[in-house]
Design a protein around this ligand. Structure first.
Ligand SMILES: Nc1ncnc2c1ncn2[C@@H]1O[C@H](COP(=O)(O)OP(=O)(O)OP(=O)(O)O)[C@@H](O)[C@H]1O
Ligand SMILES: [Mg+2]
Length: 330
């Protein structure tokens, strides 16, 4: 059995978790900074890294206590992992530096993890767990990607967004509609009372020639133009926007499945919390669909520990010279 401490600080969540065997969460602490950044309508990098610095040591202590490793963590832990990138430099630095210092003082390997690889491994924290190979749909605040995953730690990006990420478009449209940040949950809630067919919004790049890339900025602009035409119902617009955003994800995923012959789909990233997306993927696809548990959709340390478990098993560890890398590629 391997027990790993996973630390995630790439953006505005400080996540610390202890995970056994890459799948059993012994402790999971997430301190969200959403309330701090809400006033600014988005994440302020300097404030984010200061907040990670303020809170990280107490979160690590709490996670180790919750996992029952309190006084003797070094005796039970096999590795310390942290998100290396992509993300905000100041924020990443806090997690990587803290994790390396712990790994050094406990004489355990340090395992650097790519943030999106972490999201992918959140599916391994649920039941049943996926087997490789699989196709992944990664939908978050910064990414919208269809990724072919033939073997652990081998990835081929088949499609990606050319402009806004889908989570980013939820956030921007929420702001247009006067809904609170982050936009995903507030649009989902407002949409419950709305008519998804009230507004005819575009489904960009979904024609036969569209390939597997995405474009979400036109959808946001279409919402803006529709609002300038006169009074619109927030609920109807939220429902119409959500339907269009999710439609595109379904169309592209079906296309990718046809193209690759994939037999399994793994959903990952913050937008994986979207109820309509989860229901439509499980209802409309005739292949196995693996959804991350709700608690592990948004950024957290457990997904980083889960990915690190596999990296450790494959000998993919780092060392004290491994640095944070804001533009790290998968
Ligand atoms: N229920 C939901 N429906 C739609 N979107 C959601 C929902 N819950 C959260 N989101 C969106 O998920 C995003 C946050 O996800 P996540 O924390 O993975 O992003 P990130 O870490 O900022 O970006 P990345 O993972 O690409 O670096 C936000 O854009 C948020 O609006
Ligand atoms: Mg994320």
């Amino acid at each position: 059995m391997s027990v790993i401490l996973g630390i995630e600080t790439s953006c505005d969540e400080t996540g610390v978790a202890v995970v056994a065997d890459g799948s059993v969460v012994l402790a999971n602490e997430v301190a969200s900074q959403i309330d701090i950044h809400r006033a600014f309508g988005g994440v302020v990098p300097e404030i984010a890294s200061r907040e990670h610095t303020r809170i990280i040591s107490q979160l690590v202590e709490k996670a180790l206590d919750d996992a029952g490793l309190g006084d003797t963590p070094a005796a039970r832990l096999d590795a310390v992992a942290a998100t290396r990138g992509p993300g905000l430099m100041g924020s990443l630095l806090v997690g990587v530096s803290f994790a390396k210092a712990l790994a050094y003082s406990w004489n355990r390997p340090f395992v650097p993890v790519h943030h999106i690889e972490g999201h992918l491994f959140s599916a391994f924290l649920g039941e049943p767990r996926p087997d490789f190979p699989f196709l992944a749909l990664v939908v978050s605040g910064g990414h919208t990607q269809i990724i072919q995953c033939p073997r652990p730690h081998e990835y081929e990006i088949l499609g990606t967004t050319r402009d806004d990420a889908v989570g980013e478009s939820f956030d921007k449209v929420a702001r247009l509609l006067g809904l609170s940040y982050p936009g995903g949950p507030s649009i989902q809630q407002a949409a419950e009372e709305g008519n998804p067919e009230a507004f005819q919004l575009p489904r960009a790049m979904t024609t036969v020639k569209g390939g597997l890339d995405f474009s979400y900025s036109g959808l946001k602009t279409a919402v803006l133009y529709a609002m300038q035409e006169g009074d619109v119902s927030v609920a109807d617009m939220a429902a119409s926007f959500q339907a269009a955003a999710v439609d595109v994800l379904l169309i592209k995923t079906k296309k990718a499945i046809k193209q690759t012959g994939a037999e399994r789909l793994v959903l990952a990233g913050g937008v994986a919390a979207n109820q309509q997306l989860r229901e439509r993927l499980t209802g409309e696809l005739d292949i196995e669909v693996f959804l991350p548990p709700f608690a592990y959709c948004i950024d957290n340390g457990a997904m980083i520990a889960a990915a690190a478990h596999s990296r450790l098993h494959h000998g993919l560890t780092g060392n004290l010279r491994t640095t944070a890398k804001p533009g790290l590629s998968l």
